[in-house]
Design a protein around this ligand. Structure first.
Ligand SMILES: Nc1ncnc2c1ncn2[C@@H]1O[C@H](COP(=O)(O)OP(=O)(O)OP(=O)(O)O)[C@@H](O)[C@H]1O
Ligand SMILES: [Mg+2]
Length: 335
């Protein structure tokens, strides 16, 4: 019997790690680590580590090993990937799995080599890198193998990437090192200024997820939050409405439009008409913000639409990318 090596597509994100094997999402957990500060030892990772956030003694630190899409803590990233690969490929096999893993568009060669090295050290047999927007486009089945324009925007937690693709490669793209977390920060600032209340980022994210939107909604919703009075430090509630959340997030939302606009401006005119016909595919968790498609369409004057698999398309595309390696090879990040 031939020893078939397993194949994994890994989306190494700032907020989530997602792994696809076969046609199955095999893993999806927050990219969070709990470490013993003194020994730099990993005590928990994924959801288990995230649940410890804000509830640990000083000897333990709960951190995100990626910041704005790139590795900030190499050793922890490698430990997480190695636990992950072991967990997914148990029982142990002779050969490590063949992996295609994502890096943001435009990272430095040092940054991409760090990801490549980490996934090899973590026990993969063969490792290949792919730019996130390219993987996302493959994952949503855009016809990127044709000489026609396809545009995608990845609205991640830590980064926003806009790209135009044709003939299996990226024609024009840009990465902004800000994403969904900036929307949360904008809500924190808004609540402090308007209500004199200090709230944490997790609370701000809940506001965004429960009642947030990119444009005013017909049905206005509201949520009660608990904050800390800026002056006397005592807990105090406040009610935030959808309209307020839209206002709070307006600036970072417009930054997202601007990155997309810059990429459209850099796109060769021959490709623009295809993009206008086909629309801009919105992916990433941020694409789920109600009204995001309408907001982008209105601001850019080009139709934008939410894809069917916004959060899993990157890992799905990475796995498909392994099978299309011969076609993609020349356009992948060098390592
Ligand atoms: N329904 C929703 N409405 C608005 N935002 C959402 C929704 N669901 C998830 N998000 C946001 O999407 C972001 C996470 O997106 P995603 O999982 O694509 O990020 P990531 O891949 O880990 O990060 P990156 O690609 O930047 O490295 C978070 O900021 C989260 O708050
Ligand atoms: Mg992502």
């Amino acid at each position: 019997m031939a020893l078939l090596s397993r194949e994994l597509g890994i989306d190494l994100g700032t907020m989530y790690i997602r792994v696809v094997e076969g046609s199955r999402l095999a893993y999806e957990e927050p990219n969070v680590a709990a470490i013993v500060v003194d020994e730099q030892k990993l005590v928990a990772w994924g959801k288990e580590a995230q649940d410890m956030y804000g509830k640990v003694p000083p000897s333990i630190e709960v951190t995100r090993p990626l910041q704005n899409g790139v590795i900030a803590d190499y050793e922890i990233t490698e430990k997480i990937l190695s636990n992950l690969i072991r967990k997914l490929t148990r029982p142990a096999r002779f050969f490590g799995p063949k992996v295609m893993i994502t890096v943001p568009y435009g990272v430095t060669s040092v940054e991409s080599r760090a990801v490549h090295e980490a996934v090899l050290q973590a026990g993969s047999g063969e490792a290949y890198l792919i730019q996130q927007p390219l993987a996302a486009a493959i994952g949503v089945d855009l016809p990127i193998g044709t000489p026609s324009g396809n545009m995608i925007v990845c609205l991640g937690g830590g980064a926003t990437q806009a790209a135009v693709l044709a003939m299996y490669g990226i024609v024009a793209a840009e990465t902004m090192r800000a994403g969904g977390m900036s929307l949360d920060e904008a809500i924190v600032t808004y609540v402090r200024k308007k209500y004199g209340l200090i709230i944490g980022q997790l609370t701000a994210e809940q506001v965004k997820l429960k009642i947030g939107a990119a444009i005013p909604q017909e049905e206005e919703q509201s949520i009660e939050i608990q904050g800390q009075d800026q002056v006397n430090g005592l807990p105090r509630p406040a009610t935030i409405t959808t309209g307020e959340a839209v206002e709070a997030m307006s600036e970072p939302l417009h930054d997202i439009v601007e990155v997309t606009r810059r990429v459209l401006e850099k796109t060769p005119p021959e490709l623009i008409s295809d993009i206008i016909d086909r629309g801009i595919a919105l992916t990433g968790g941020g694409a789920l913000l109600p009204g995001m498609d309408k907001f982008m369409t209105k601001e850019l004057g080009v139709p934008a639409y939410l894809v069917d698999n916004p959060t899993t398309c990157v890992a799905e595309g990475a796995l498909k990318g392994l099978k299309m390696y011969a076609l993609l090879r020349r356009n992948l990040p060098p390592v």
